[in-house]
Design a protein around this ligand. Structure first.
Ligand SMILES: [Zn+2]
Length: 127
């Protein structure tokens, strides 16, 4: 089983053979991705550019919403905005989900977990 937590950051863990392997599912949040409509990949908290987290982490969604002119302070504000149906917020959330989904699919190809659990604040942005 793999667990992906999408909160402020993107964290992963894995349970295999009855043991918890922290980070062993691959650090999905820091896989570098190419996004077609982005010429200059954003800088990630890890110092690299273009990581999954730099698009799909909560801090990145908050950054992008602020850049789009939304007056929000926290990830909870971003989640409320997404739930309210704000078109820009929904578009950014969908892009984040697509990017994260691609990275999770890559991890599945490598580790083949039976179950992938997704949690964290952004996982609850859409009911
Ligand atoms: Zn990173």
């Amino acid at each position: 089983m793999s667990m992906v937590k999408i909160g402020t950051g993107v964290g992963t863990g894995m349970i295999a053979g009855g043991r918890v392997h922290r980070g062993a599912a691959g650090d999905v949040g820091h896989i570098q991705v190419i996004v077609d409509d982005v010429a200059q990949p954003p800088v990630c908290r890890c110092g690299n550019t273009g990581c999954v987290e730099s698009y799909a982490g909560g801090w990145a969604v908050v950054r992008d919403l602020r850049d789009a002119g939304r007056d929000i302070g926290t990830l909870n504000d971003a989640v409320r905005l997404i739930r309210s149906g704000d078109l820009t917020a929904v578009r950014l959330a969908r892009r984040a989900a697509r990017i994260l989904g691609g990275a999770i699919a890559d991890a599945v190809n490598m580790f083949n977990p039976r179950v992938i659990a997704i949690g964290g604040q952004l996982a609850h942005a859409v009911e």
